[in-house]
Design a binder for this molecule. Structure first.
Ligand SMILES: C[S@@+](CC[C@H](N)C(=O)[O-])C[C@H]1O[C@@H](n2cnc3c(N)ncnc32)[C@H](O)[C@@H]1O
Length: 262
């Protein structure tokens, strides 16, 4: 995994690393040092904590009405449910990236986040290179991938996924690596979007990484590198990212995929 700067928008005094397990305290301390964050065994209410417990890493807002912990869980939870229900090749995401019965495109996901879209694509058989610039989100994602890799049924899926904890714009500038067929991006939705705001993951993610103000630059760089297409996930009614017009769009229930054919 490549090193990265920590993109949190919070001051270091508000985001702290915490761990109540004596046997994992050294691990938590080492990660806090790597991220440039303080380790606090008893963080004050209202803090955002990056915690380590017996299940792995989590992100949580502390305080009386705070939502539960956010983890990257590909085994159980919503993603496990989705997997057990069956992930189909006809869903808008799969169609948007150009998946065919006999063809699984090679994909770079520039905005990996909690890794759900990349995992769905990998479940469907695509090899996906994920890039995530926030070292905190990257910690959660690497942890989720590690846990999934220990489950026999999911190990081959995890093998199709590769994570770079780095700014995708920097990776795209390195023209020595072969261009992928498809580049995918899902920038953080604008603050006014209510659909995203009701999702606790998105609220907490936004508190950690802020708004993605680099979406037009990412799109331009992606269009310059992808060999076949660039796919952008947007809220269903949001405007397209500033730049060239998409070739076509595929609507989902709450989201839309703008497809730019090269
Ligand atoms: C909306 S989330 C992506 C959610 C993801 N599609 C999923 O399924 O979980 C956007 C993520 O992109 C990351 N991001 C934004 N700009 C980036 C860049 N230039 N390079 C790498 N990651 C970036 C943010 O840190 C954030 O975690």
């Amino acid at each position: 995994m490549m090193p990265s700067n920590n993109q949190t928008v919070l001051g270091e005094n508000r985001l702290v690393v915490t761990c109540h397990l004596a046997q994992r305290l050294d691990e938590a301390r080492a990660q806090a040092k790597r991220l440039g964050l303080a380790l606090s065994i008893d963080p004050p209410p209202g803090s955002l904590v990056l915690g380590l417990d017996e299940h792995g890493w989590f992100l949580q807002q502390t305080g009386p009405d705070a939502p539960g912990p956010i983890r990257v869980d590909f085994v159980g939870g919503a993603m496990g449910h989705r997997r057990r229900m069956g992930v189909g090749r006809r869903q808008p995401l799969a169609r948007a990236v150009g998946m065919k019965s006999d063809h699984r495109p090679r994909i770079w996901d520039l905005t990996a986040g909690l890794g759900r879209d990349a995992f769905v694509l990998a479940l469907l058989g695509c090899r996906v290179t994920m890039m995530e610039r926030s070292a905190i989100v990257g910690t959660l994602l690497a942890d989720g991938l590690h846990r999934a890799s220990t489950v026999a049924e999911l190990a081959p899926v995890v093998q199709r996924l590769e994570l770079y904890q780095a700014d995708a714009l920097e990776i795209l500038q390195d023209t020595n690596s072969p261009a992928p067929e498809v580049i995918y991006l899902d920038p953080m939705y604008p603050e006014r979007d209510k659909t995203a705001l009701v999702k606790k993951e998105m609220r907490v993610l936004r508190a950690v990484v802020g708004d993605d103000d680099n979406a037009p630059a990412l799109l331009a760089a992606a269009l310059a590198r992808a060999s076949r297409r660039v796919v952008v996930k947007r809220p269903r009614r949001a405007p397209s990212i500033a730049g060239p017009r998409p070739s076509h769009s595929l609507p989902g229930k709450t989201t839309r995929f703008d497809v730019y054919l090269i």
